[in-house]
Design a protein around this ligand. Structure first.
Ligand SMILES: O=c1ccn([C@@H]2O[C@H](COP(=O)(O)OP(=O)(O)O[C@H]3O[C@H](CO)[C@@H](O)[C@H](O)[C@H]3O)[C@@H](O)[C@H]2O)c(=O)[nH]1
Ligand SMILES: [Mn+2]
Length: 766
């Protein structure tokens, strides 16, 4: 170092220190990311091998929270897909939790139940897929398979009747859609009036509210009293009825539930809702396996439940606490601009973990073993203390489970129940139902009261975890920490499908929530470093990675914003005079590094079968997140740790996917949300990074710096690398313009920034 100027030297030393720390951090993150992928596994299930009579009962838990962001029609469709799943009707119960507690959702569910009387037998008769009526009748543009069934792939029993039946059911579905949308319109009007009268507080606001009584209501009973297979709008033409003589018309049970909420009481968001569902379902059907679905995630493959059960009943499945299915999405723009599909995670990371202790739980499309949620140890770790003594001890503790004797009774039954067919007894079947319906409803209502969990272990040691906005990761972690395994189940066709935010702002908020939730876990008692020896070492590495990745944004910002900005504002190349570099070694090193990274990426792509494009979009969106949401997450969690400011759960809107009315106008504005620009502070940092790098690139190209050729080329290459990564962000903030102007983006930016440079230089000369 030949010192020219004390200031310059200080800057260079600072940059040097930051780089060393940064490189070490990046290397660590790379290791944390790669190590858990050492033993990837891909499993397949043989659904046909399941014996019908030994199928266990299943409780499906669906959560919805806000009828405005989560249209009741979407929830109704999910419920219909569950009711129509290929599973014995008597062994399936669907529970819907409505956190808003509004009549609207309840009425929509009741309407769906009516329609189910027609829909479910129709699906069974003709082997229809998918069994979500909206997706069946109006497949999105991204499903390039047409829904026109040909004789060859028809799976039902009456080919000649399909067209006629389909027409009839379709008409009924359109009626249902109109009725539910009318309910919603009426509800909005009612709400406006209430707000105008000034008593808006008695009505719900934004789903999270706050003060309503608990309700448990059986919409379709176990004995299926409500089977009205020929239901119509009243004026049904007799000769238009479906011939259902050869079809099982029984329906699975359906229960609507709304837990009690009171002002000033923590309700713990989705985790709280799921715990309420878990308890209520215990006294009603008490199935040994529960499937958790978000309101927008419907069953896309009617065999999905059976596939999950295969993993659970497998001979080596005793230690499996949950079976996670990949999250697949409908309605994402074809270019997947914001990497909504998350292919790298779902096709590389999760199958990788399956070879260790199992995939991470991601909140929806996941089947649990009920007993595992009650906090017992997996069989492997129960031995040699005897099978169930621990469980018996536990379950008598009201301070753990709460004081409902009825619930304790069912919990004990669940924990002692052999839920695998080969373990003898009445294996595979389910614990008997303990109560008659009326008593069960009464008990369930008490179990969803807001005070029930006071001074219990709910959310801490049992059920879904509280204290984080990513209850999913935390819950899965707690099960793994206890020694449970999980399994990954990718089926074809996809088991479940859901929706995702198309809008940049919504997407950033979603990523922000995930990142903040991860950091919350790091700063909680669920920090993976604190876990005991039952957590597989590489599983620990994977969880550590999930818990710390947002920190990377700090270095990303230093590299991508601060470093390029220094020469721009000081007007001279600080490093030029003080650092001498052996360029050939440096470039060789750089090339080797790049090559290694590229090879690893290729390996991942080849193995997982994702396309290179998917991988690239993942890289791009990672950069967008690292410069915005991750940074904000670090700030939010710092605030929480320092000042105790709790994070809030910002619900992801599912609106865009429900188009109103006529199927004709559907295609055109399907991606309207993609082009809507809604500014948020989250967009400021990436916008700055973009501007600075474009500016620096321009300055480099124009030969403004006094550095040598190689340094200039490398500098410009780095800037270009940042810019191409942020390209989706640039498109996002251009809104509608990005449709027509995207190729011109760089040019426009180039000219603007050139002007800026000239101004800056002028300023520096004075
Ligand atoms: O107070 C609440 C808040 C949310 N929910 C439900 O939670 C689900 C997930 O909400 P959403 O806004 O769709 O979250 P995403 O951004 O799509 O969520 C992903 O990440 C979340 C954790 O951050 C997981 O809970 C989700 O399952 C997972 O899909 C929805 O069904 C909501 O109805 C409630 O029931 N009560
Ligand atoms: Mn969602």
């Amino acid at each position: 170092m030949g010192s020219t100027d004390a200031d310059d030297t200080n800057i260079v030393v600072a940059m040097w220190t930051v780089s060393i720390a940064g490189e070490l951090w990046f290397a660590l993150m790379w290791l944390l990311d790669q190590l858990p992928k050492m033993k990837p596994v891909r499993r397949a299930v043989d659904v046909a091998a399941l014996e019908e009579s030994l199928l266990p009962t299943i409780d499906v838990l669906v959560t919805t929270a806000d009828p405005e962001k989560e249209p009741p029609l979407t929830t109704a469709n999910t419920v219909l897909s569950v009711l129509a799943a290929d599973y014995p009707a008597g062994k399936l119960t669907c529970y819907v939790s409505d956190d808003a507690g509004v009549a609207l959702t309840r009425e929509a569910i009741a309407e769906a139940a009516q329609f189910a009387g027609l829909w479910v037998p129709f699906c069974r008769k003709h082997g229809v897929e998918p069994r979500n009526p909206e997706a069946y009748f109006n497949p999105g543009v991204d499903c390039n398979k047409t829904r026109v069934v040909t004789r060859g792939d028809y799976k039902g029993r009456a080919w000649s009747e399909l067209a006629r039946d389909r027409r009839r059911v379709r008409r009924e579905y359109e009626e249902l859609r109109l009725r539910i949308n009318a309910l919603q319109a009426g509800d909005i009007k009612r709400r406006r009036c209430a707000a105008a009268d000034g008593n808006a507080t008695t009505y719900w606001r934004r789903g999270t509210v706050e003060d309503h009584a608990g309700v448990v209501q059986v919409v379709i009973g176990q004995s299926s009293g409500l089977v009205l297979p020929q239901h119509g709008t009243g004026d049904v033409d007799r000769c238009n009825l479906l011939d259902l003589s050869s079809v099982d018309v029984r329906l699975p049970a359906l229960v609507y539930l709304c837990r009690e909420k009171r002002h000033g009481r923590a309700h713990h968001g989705k985790a709280g809702a799921l715990n309420a569902l878990l308890r209520a379902s215990a006294v009603i059907s008490n199935a040994p396996f529960v499937l958790n679905l978000d309101c927008d995630h419907y069953i896309n493959n009617s065999q999905a439940l059976r596939a999950g059960v295969c993993h659970m009943l497998d001979r080596r499945g005793d230690d499996v606490a949950f079976v996670q299915f990949p999250q697949r999405l409908d309605g994402v723009d074809p270019a997947d601009r914001y990497a909504n599909h998350n292919r790298v995670f779902f096709d590389c990371t999760e199958p990788g973990l399956d070879g260790l202790q199992g995939p991470i739980y991601v909140g929806t499309g996941c089947m649990f073993r009920r007993a595992a949620l009650y906090g017992i140890d997996p069989p492997r770790w129960r031995w040699p203390h005897g099978d169930d003594t621990a469980a018996k001890d536990d379950v008598h503790q009201p301070d753990k489970f709460g004081d409902s004797m009825a619930f304790l009774h069912t919990a004990r039954a669940a924990m002692n129940h052999p839920d695998r067919s080969s373990s003898g007894g009445g294996g595979g079947m389910s614990p008997p139902c303990l109560f008659d319906e009326a008593a069960a409803i009464l008990e369930a209502t008490a179990l969803v009261s807001s005070g029930y969990e006071d001074r219990t272990a709910w959310g801490r040691d049992i059920g879904w975890m509280y204290g984080t906005v990513t209850e999913d990761v935390a819950t899965g972690f707690c099960l793994h920490r206890r020694g449970w395994r999980s399994a990954y189940c990718a089926t074809a066709p996809d088991a479940f499908r859901g929706t995702a935010p198309l809008n940049l702002t919504d997407r950033l908020h979603q990523v922000l929530r995930w990142a903040a939730g991860s950091l919350e876990i790091f700063f909680s008692r669920n920090n993976p470093l604190l876990a005991g020896r039952r957590l597989h070492p590489l599983q620990r590495v994977a969880y550590l990675n999930t818990a710390v990745y947002p920190f990377t944004s700090v270095f990303v910002m230093l590299y991508c914003l601060c470093f390029p900005v220094i020469p721009l504002v000081t007007g001279k190349e600080t490093t030029a005079g003080v650092v001498s570099v052996d360029w050939s070694t440096y470039i060789a090193f750089l090339a080797a590094l790049m090559l290694t990274l590229a090879m690893v990426a290729m390996l991942e792509v080849r193995w997982s079968g994702i396309r290179l494009g998917d991988w690239w979009r993942n890289e791009q969106f990672w950069m967008v997140s690292a410069t915005s949401a991750y940074l904000a997450a670090v700030a939010q969690v710092a605030l929480k740790v320092a000042a105790g400011k709790e994070l809030s759960f910002k619900l992801t809107s599912k609106r865009q996917h429900v188009t109103d009315g006529s199927s004709g106008g559907r295609g055109k504005d399907k991606f309207a949300e993609l082009y809507a620009v809604r500014w948020t502070t989250l967009m400021i940092p990436p916008a700055m990074v973009l501007a600075v790098n474009v500016a620096s690139m321009v300055a480099g190209i124009e030969g403004r710096w006094s550095r040598n050729g190689v340094a200039t080329i490398l500098g410009v290459a780095f800037n270009a690398w940042v810019v191409v990564h942020l390209y989706p962000f640039a498109l996002g903030i251009m809104g509608r313009w990005s449709k027509t102007w995207s190729p011109l983006l760089l040019l426009v930016a180039f000219l603007t920034v050139r002007l800026l440079c000239v101004v800056l230089q002028f300023h520096n000369m004075n």
